[in-house]
Structures are given as C-alpha cells and as structure tokens.
Design a protein around this ligand. Structure first.
Ligand code: MG
Length: 287
C-alpha cells in the first residue's frame, strides 16, 4: 500500500492511502499518528471517503518528531569517489557513520526547493532509500529488524558541500531549509518483506536524473551496511520511534565528485527513481 499525505481544499495536510486512482482518507490527523498505532488498530482508521489521486497536491508523507537519521558513505563506489576528490586513502568504517538532518529541512514531493545563493555555491543532490520506522524499539537484533519497519520511501539528501566542509560536523551543510525532499509516498513494508525472509528492499534499482540525464544509477544491494544492520546499530542503546526516518546513504555519481564538479543550478529538475516505490521530483530554485 502507498501511504501519503496531501493538501486538502482548506490547505490542511491530510493523510491517506492510494487505492488505484483514488486516495482513501485516513481518520488520523497525520500519517505519523497513523504509523504510531499498533498494526492491528490501523485498519479501523481507513475511512469510507475517497478523492481522485490525479491532481492531488502531495505533501511529505511524514515529518518525524525529531531529526532525520542519515548514513554517510554506505555505498563503496560513493565512498571511493569521495576519497578520490580529497586525495585520501579509502578507509571504510567498521560501524555506520550516522548524522542527522533537521526536520525543518523536509520538503514536499513535487515542490520547488528554494535555496540561497548567498549561503552556498555548492548545492548537491543525493538519491537515497528512506526507511520509515513503524514500531517503538531499542536494541533491535539484525534478525528482528525488518519487523520494526513501516515502509520505504525516497529521500533526497540535498547537501551544501562548502558548508559540509567548513563545519566539521555535517549538520549545518545537511540541514538548510528545503534540503530534504521526501516521498512521493511510503510503500508499506509488506510489499518488500517476503515470507521466505528475503528483503526485496535490499534489491532495488535506485537512480537520480538531473534534467532527464542519469547521474546516479545503482542498486540497494550495494549498501555496505544492510538495512537490518543499520537498524541494529542505530537502535543500540537508543530508542527509535514510529515515524523516524533513516536515509540509508547514496550511491556514486553525486555532483561534487564528477569531473568537473556539477553543482545544482537554478531551474534544475532532480528526479529520484527507486524501483517499486516511484519518483521523487523537485525543481531547484536558487536566489
Ligand atoms: Mg546522504
């Protein structure tokens, strides 16, 4: 199922679930509230009201109560291209490099993202598979990790590279307003987690096009730390909450590592496509 949020006629954001060409409205205030319900309680909140999906203006499917969790360098080829740019020897981490983006950076699918030329001259894109947590959990074992996932979405980890370098912590360069497009919806975990234990979310084509030209193209099977391992590591001694989002890292082909570097320009259209999920499209506006 595709869970989404959309703008109703009164301008409020409402949660829903896509059913063919319709949106079935959910009775909770937000999708976050729905995700926080126990799984057996959720179906009671599917209302009888529907509206056409075509023409609906979608909102980011979830705004977590706290920062979006991210993983740096989780694809080997991306780690290599980064090391090349800085002339460093490639040294892979033994545990995932977690950092976060402020929830205030989240942007809607389909929306223009407004960036400031005075703040950065090196805005860059990063296509990532987003994991949405569905169950409050801590100290999750890898073998149990798929059970705490609500679903999967696309995340664009837009980054101001010059700020990322200037500030030793990445937080500032990763948290500017509108630099975290999410969506277009969350596809529920049952569509990926097969009964034979295979996690199909770990075998998805993932790509980024800029103005229709492919810049990133990989597969989520190339992650250095698998999705269960990321959840196990992040939840060690730290409670994860329903609606928490983990952006699982980007593959190679980002702008700063291209020769010559290709940073985002005003008017550029960024399109992340992830198999079985869909396309997250945003136009860049730089003023
Ligand atoms: Mg990233």
């Amino acid at each position: 199922m595709q869970f989404l949020q959309f703008y109703s006629e009164d301008g409020r954001i409402r949660p829903g679930v896509a059913e063919a060409d319709r949106i079935r409205m959910l009775g909770t205030e937000t999708l976050l509230e729905y995700i926080a319900l126990a799984p057996h309680e959720r179906i009671a909140w599917h209302t009888g009201d529907t509206l056409p999906l075509a023409g609906a203006r979608l909102a980011a499917p979830v705004i977590p109560r706290r920062n979006v969790f991210c993983v740096g360098r989780n694809y080997l080829e991306h780690a290599k291209e980064g090391a090349d740019v800085f002339g460093k020897e490639l040294k892979l981490p033994e545990v995932p490099t977690f950092f976060t983006k402020a929830p205030s950076a989240i942007a809607d699918p389909g929306a223009d993202v407004h960036l400031q030329a005075a703040v950065s001259s090196e805005y860059d894109y990063e296509a990532e598979l987003g994991v949405v947590i569905g169950t409050r959990c801590k100290d999750v074992r890898e073998a149990d990790a798929l059970g705490v996932i609500f679903g999967y979405t696309c995340v664009n980890d837009v980054t101001a590279r010059d700020l990322q370098r200037a500030h030793l912590q990445w937080f500032k360069g990763k948290s500017l307003d509108e630099t975290c497009p999410i969506g277009p919806w969350i596809v529920s975990a049952d569509e990926f987690h097969a009964s034979d234990g295979i996690n199909h979310a770990q075998h998805l084509a993932i790509g980024m096009e800029i103005n229709g030209v492919q810049k990133q193209h990989s597969s989520t099977e190339k992650m250095i730390f698998s999705i269960p391992r990321l959840i196990a590591e992040l939840s060690k001694g730290m409670t994860l909450e329903p609606g928490d989002v983990i952006a699982t890292g980007t593959p190679e082909g980002v702008g700063f590592a291209r020769k010559p570097p290709e940073f985002l320009r005003d008017g550029d259209v960024m399109e992340i496509e992830i198999e079985k999920i869909g396309t997250l499209r945003n136009r860049v506006r730089i003023r």
